[in-house]
Design a protein around this ligand. Structure first.
Ligand code: APR
Length: 251
């Protein structure tokens, strides 16, 4: 880490220790060092290899349920094999040492924040390990109870053509009820917002840094590359989540 970044990390650490309310927004880069591919990194990103509208939209699922189901099963295997990295652990440590100060907002559908200890993270884009019904049907008591599904790729309703799908938010879909409102509230109230590992390409998540900045918070961005929301930052740290966050949250 160069001297300049070391000074910036020390500055941010002091602000985080003094802050009453801290908001951290994470994206796929947070889990990259745990072996989970990002979406938009050139060559390595999922969207460099696959068509997002074919694999991450309701229309794509309806046109080829098996292709989409198998792709998510493959990603789920990767998530189950992955472990929280030093960045996840640093965030969980800060929350444990300073209860009630941190609001963690994630775009990630993996469960690495939760496994590290941040079980109250606001999940904007759902949970890849969760199953739910594609639609409401008269045979199923709730969208989330898939216990009666007939096994298959994907599993389906024993009485009608309703299908089981992964519990993630696909393109063009609404975010889970109340989660974005809670995230906006936290961004509006925080003293420091730290954005980690997101390209800032997807809204409404990408708008949270602006909400925090306009409300007077100090905004810092950690990313090895430029992001679409760098303009909202008072401080930019060019580094990785596992490489820099332990120093940022060290006490
Ligand atoms: N540490 C920190 N940041 C990293 C690391 C790392 N080790 N590796 C890559 N990055 C950065 C990249 O430079 C990039 O800016 O993480 C960012 C990942 O960007 P995306 O792949 O676009 O992921 P994200 O911003 O989370 O995507 C938002 O888009 O596809 C949808 O629903 C999906 O939640 C996702 C949303």
């Amino acid at each position: 880490m160069d001297e300049h970044t070391r000074r910036d990390v020390a500055d941010l650490r002091v602000r985080l220790l003094a802050a009453q309310k801290v908001c951290v927004l994470t994206g796929a880069g947070m889990s990259a060092e745990s072996g989970i591919p990002t979406f938009r990194d050139a060559q390595t990103g999922l969207w460099a290899k696959f068509d997002p509208m074919q694999l991450a939209s309701e229309a794509g699922f309806r046109s080829d349920p098996r292709l989409v189901w198998d792709w998510y099963e493959h990603r789920r295997e990767g998530v189950r094999r992955a472990l929280p990295n030093a960045g996840h652990l640093a965030l969980a440590g800060y929350a444990r040492r300073r209860p009630g100060r941190l609001t963690l907002i994630t775009q990630n559908v993996d469960d690495l924040h939760q496994r590290a200890g941040n079980t109250d993270a606001l999940r904007l884009h759902g949970d890849i390990l969760l199953d739910r019904w594609l639609e409401r049907c008269t045979h199923q008591p709730s969208l989330l109870d898939v216990s009666s599904a007939v096994p298959g790729r994907p599993p389906k309703c024993p009485h009608c053509a309703n299908l089981v799908r992964p519990g993630v938010v696909w393109f063009g879909e609404q975010l889970p009820d109340g989660v974005m409102e809670a995230a906006e509230q936290a961004a509006f109230e925080c003293d420091v917002m730290l954005v980690v590992g997101t390209s800032g390409a997807v809204w409404p998540a990408a708008g949270l840094a602006q909400v925090a900045r306009e409300a007077g918070a100090h905004v810092a961005i950690l990313n090895p590359q430029e992001s679409a929301i760098d303009g909202e930052a008072h401080l930019i740290l060019r580094g990785t989540a596992a490489g820099v966050l332990p120093g940022v949250f060290a006490e």
